[in-house]
Design a protein around this ligand. Structure first.
Ligand code: ATP
Ligand code: MG
Length: 666
C-alpha cells in the first residue's frame, strides 16, 4: 500500500474497501449438502491446530484424503533453512491409483472428464472406468519404450483428454511428467526437454484452438533437431493432418495402445519420489524447473479442492487454466480427480466462436465451480455484459488466480457472472507452493474485493521488512510475503539446480520461504497481494504497489488493462509510469490522459499520480497471461537492448509497438 514508512495511516485506505462479502445466502441455500466446515470459527480453530500441531493435523488429512499402499510413519522432517523438507516418510502410494482406480472401482460409469472440444458440440465424456483403461494402456506403451521409474517424460499436448491420460500414465509407472505448455515455441520446448533430460516426448499431430490449427508436431520436430537424447516421440492423432513421422523415432499413439492390455499395476512410489517437474511462467526471468513430490503435492491438491472450492460428490468443476501451467496441474487434473468428481477439459479459447463460450460451457454442463485468471476476466468484461446472458445457476464458486484481481473486475465477476449467488475465491499461490496458500474457503470465509483473504491450513505467513529482513508483527502493516513453516505441497527443489532453489526461496531471508511478492495485512488480518517485490515503485520514500495503482486506473471506464512501473527520477527517486490499454473506439487526447491521472490521485493520493501515461494497443504478457512489467521497466529506462529472456512472451510483436509509443510520446 501507499503509505510512507513513518505514516500511521491504515494500510488499506477506507476508500478502497468496498465492503465485506459474506458467503452468498443463495449459495448455501442451493448447496447439494453443506460446506465442509460449519463456520468461520471452525476454520480459525482448525487453522490454529494446523500451525501449532502440524504433524497431527496433516497426518489425519493424509490418511483421510489419500489411499496408501503402505502407511507412513514420520509426518514431517527437515526445515526451511536446510531445504530438506520431507513429508509422510516410509509411506507409499501411487498418484494415478488415487486419481483413477479407487473411483473406478466404486463407480466405473461416473464421468471423470468432460471434454469440451474447440468446436462446440464436438466433445465427449470419459468415465473413470474408461480412464483407468486408457491410462493403463499408455503406461504399458511407455514401459515398452524403456521409460523407467524416475525418468522424465516431456508432454507437449493441447487441452485434450489425452493430456490427462499422459500425466497419469507417467505417474502410474513412476515416471516424472514434465508438461510444456503447447503454445511455446520450438526453442522454448527444446530448452525444457534438454533441461529435464527427457528421452520421450508425447505430442499430437496438430492442435486446434480458437478455430485455428496449430502445427504441434512440426514444432516438436524443430525442437528435437537440438535434442539428441530424445529416443521416441509418441503422437496422438487429433486432426489427421499429413505430418512427418521419423522412422524409428516417431510412433502413433493409437497404434501403440492397441498392443497392450487395459490394466497395468500401479507402481508403489515413496512419498518423496518426484511426481512432476514444471517450469514457472517466466514473468521475472529465466523459468525454473520446479520439482514436486508425490504425497505432499497430492495432499495439497486434494485439501484445497475440498476446502477452497467446496468440492462435493457429483460436482462438475471447470478450471480454464491450461495443463501447461500449475493451475492446470493442480485444478484441472489432480484436485478434481483425487476427489472423484468430473473435470472439464476445454480445448478452446473464451473468445471462440464468441465471447459467450465459457458461459455456454458452464450452462451446458451445469458447472458448479469455475476457475480462471483475471486476464481472461478483463477480456470478457471488456467484450460486454450482453455475452453473459446465461443463468449458470449451478455455480457455487468462482475462482481467480495468477495476478491480483482489481476490485472493479472482482465485482463484475460477482454481480454479472455469479449474479450474487456464487462466492468469489481470489486464490493466491505459485508454481512452487503446489496449491492455494492464501485464499478464502468457499462457503466459510468472508471476502473483500481485491484481497486474497486468509492463509490456508498449514501456511504461516509473515511480512518481512525488505531492508532489515526482520518480521513485521501486528496488523495494518506491509512487507514482503514469506512463510514461516514448511507445508506438504511446497516444491522440493529446482530440477538439477538445488542451489538456485536455496538462493531463490530459502536463503533470501533465512528461516523463511520467500515468495517474491509484496503484501499488506489489514486491520482484520486479511492479506492484500501487492505484486512482485521487484515491481514496487518508490516515490519520495513512498513504497507504492503496482497492483494498487493499476486497480485504480482500471476504475476509469475507458481503461481495460493497466501496468505500472517505476522510472528513475532526479527529484523523487522514482516516478510512476503507466501503460494502459483502452476500450475500442476511445479517442485519446490530453484531456483523457489527465482524467487517468486524476483517477489515481483521487483513489490513492497525489504522490501516486503517474508522471507519464502511455496508451498502448496491448501489454506484454506471458503465455499464461501475466503482465511482464520488467520489459516495460527496461523500455522506460531506455534499455531496450537489454530486455532479457522474452521467450515466454505470448506476443513478442507488442514490444516493438510499445517502444514506438514511448518514443513518440517523448
Ligand atoms: P516466474 O517465477 O518464472 O517469474 P511466475 O511467478 O509468473 O513466473 P507462476 O508460479 O505461474 O509463475 O505465478 C506465481 C505468481 O503469480 C505469484 O508469485 C504472484 O506474483 C502471482 N499471483 C498468483 N495468484 C495471485 C493472486 N491471487 N493475487 C495476486 N498475485 C497472484
Ligand atoms: Mg514466480
Amino acid at each position: 500500500m501507499s503509505v510512507s514508512p513513518d505514516s500511521s495511516a491504515a494500510v488499506v485506505p477506507e476508500a478502497h474497501v468496498v465492503g465485506t462479502y459474506h458467503p452468498p445466502k443463495e449459495m448455501l441455500e442451493n448447496h447439494p449438502s453443506k460446506p465442509h466446515l460449519a463456520s468461520f470459527e471452525e476454520y480459525q480453530k482448525l487453522y490454529k491446530q494446523s500451525i501449532t500441531e502440524p504433524d497431527v493435523f496433516w497426518a489425519e488429512r493424509a490418511r483421510e484424503l489419500l489411499s496408501w499402499s503402505k502407511d507412513f510413519q514420520t509426518v514431517h522432517s527437515g526445515s526451511l533453512v536446510n531445504g530438506d523438507n520431507a513429508w509422510f516418510l516410509e509411506g507409499e502410494l501411487n498418484a494415478s491409483y488415487n486419481c483413477v482406480d479407487r473411483h473406478a472401482h466404486k463407480d466405473p460409469n461416473r464421468v471423470a472428464i468432460i471434454y469440451e472440444a474447440d468446436e462446440p458440440g464436438e466433445g465427449r465424456n470419459v468415465t473413470y472406468g474408461e480412464l483407468l483403461r486408457e491410462v493403463s494402456k499408455l503406461a504399458h506403451v511407455l514401459t515398452n519404450l524403456g521409460v523407467r521409474k524416475g525418468d522424465t517424460v516431456a508432454i507437449y499436448l493441447p487441452m485434450i483428454p489425452e493430456a490427462i491420460v499422459a500425466l497419469l500414465a507417467c505417474s502410474r509407472i513412476g515416471a516424472i511428467h514434465s508438461v510444456v505448455f503447447a503454445g511455446f515455441s520450438s526453442d522454448s520446448l527444446r530448452d525444457r526437454v534438454v533441461d529435464a533430460q527427457s528421452k520421450v516426448v508425447i505430442t499430437t499431430d496438430e492442435g486446434k484452438r480458437g478455430g485455428k490449427l496449430i502445427g504441434t508436431k512440426k514444432i516438436v520436430d524443430e525442437a528435437l533437431q537440438q535434442c539428441p537424447d530424445v529416443r521416441n516421440v509418441l503422437v496422438y492423432k487429433r486432426t489427421g493432418a499429413d505430418i512427418n513421422m521419423t522412422p524409428g523415432r516417431d510412433l502413433w499413439w493409437h497404434e501403440e495402445v492397441e498392443k497392450y492390455p487395459a490394466y497395468y499395476t500401479p507402481v508403489a512410489m515413496a512419498s518423496e519420489d518426484p511426481l512432476f517437474l514444471l517450469y514457472t511462467s517466466g514473468s521475472t526471468g529465466k523459468p525454473k524447473g520446479v520439482a514436486h513430490s508425490t504425497a505432499g503435492y497430492l495432499l495439497g491438491a486434494a485439501m484445497t479442492g475440498k476446502y477452497v472450492f467446496d468440492i462435493h460428490d457429483g460436482d462438475r468443476y471447470f478450471c480454464g487454466g491450461d495443463v501447461g501451467w500449475i493451475t492446470g496441474h493442480s485444478y484441472v487434473v489432480y484436485a478434481p480427480l483425487l476427489l472423484g468428481i468430473s473435470t472439464v477439459v476445454f480445448e478452446g479459447t473464451p473468445a471462440y466462436p464468441n465471447f459467450s463460450r465459457y458461459w455456454d460451457i458452464i450452462e451446458e454442463h451445469k458447472v458448479t465451480q469455475f476457475y480462471v485468471a483475471p486476464t481472461a476476466l478483463r477480456l470478457l468484461k471488456r467484450a460486454g455484459d450482453h455475452h453473459v446472458r446465461n443463468e449458470m445457476k449451478h455455480l457455487r464458486v468462482l475462482g481467480s488466480v495468477g495476478e491480483p484481481i482489481a476490485a472493479e473486475v472482482w465485482k463484475w465477476y460477482y454481480d454479472v457472472v455469479g449474479k450474487g449467488r456464487a462466492q468469489i475465491c481470489d486464490t493466491y499461490w505459485q508454481t512452487e507452493t503446489g496449491s492455494n496458500v492464501i485464499t478464502p474457503l468457499a462457503g466459510v470465509t468472508p471476502t473483500k474485493p481485491g484481497s486474497a483473504s486468509l492463509p490456508f491450513f498449514g501456511i504461516e505467513p509473515a511480512l518481512v521488512d525488505p531492508v532489515t529482513g526482520e518480521e513485521i508483527h501486528g496488523n495494518d502493516v506491509e512487507g514482503v510475503l514469506a512463510f514461516k513453516q514448511a507445508w506438504p505441497s511446497m516444491a522440493r527443489t529446482v530440477w538439477g539446480a538445488h542451489k538456485r532453489y536455496m538462493e531463490t526461496y530459502l536463503h533470501v531471508y533465512k528461516g523463511f520461504y520467500f515468495t517474491g511478492d509484496g503484501a499488506a495485512r489489514d486491520h482484520e488480518g486479511f492479506y492484500w497481494i501487492r505484486g512482485r517485490v521487484d515491481d514496487v515503485v518508490n516515490v519520495s520514500g513512498h513504497r507504492l504497489s503496482t497492483a494498487e495503482i493499476e486497480a485504480a486506473l482500471i476504475e476509469h471506464h475507458s481503461i481495460t488493462e493497466a501496468a505500472v512501473v517505476g522510472v528513475a527520477d532526479e527529484l523523487t527517486g522514482q516516478a510512476v509510469n503507466a501503460f494502459v490499454a483502452v476500450k475500442e473506439g476511445t479517442e485519446i487526447n490530453d484531456a483523457l490522459r489527465k482524467e487517468f491521472v486524476t483517477q489515481v490521485r483521487r483513489s490513492i493520493g497525489p504522490f501516486a499520480a503517474p508522471k507519464a501515461i502511455y496508451v498502448v494497443p496491448d501489454l506484454p504478457k506471458t503465455r499464461s497471461g501475466k503482465i511482464m512489467r520488467r520489459i516495460l521497466r527496461k523500455i522506460v529506462a531506455g534499455e531496450e537492448d537489454q530486455l532479457g529472456d522474452i521467450t515466454t512472451l505470448s506476443d513478442p510483436s507488442v514490444v516493438a509497438k510499445i517502444i514506438e509509443t514511448v518514443h513518440e510520446q517523448r
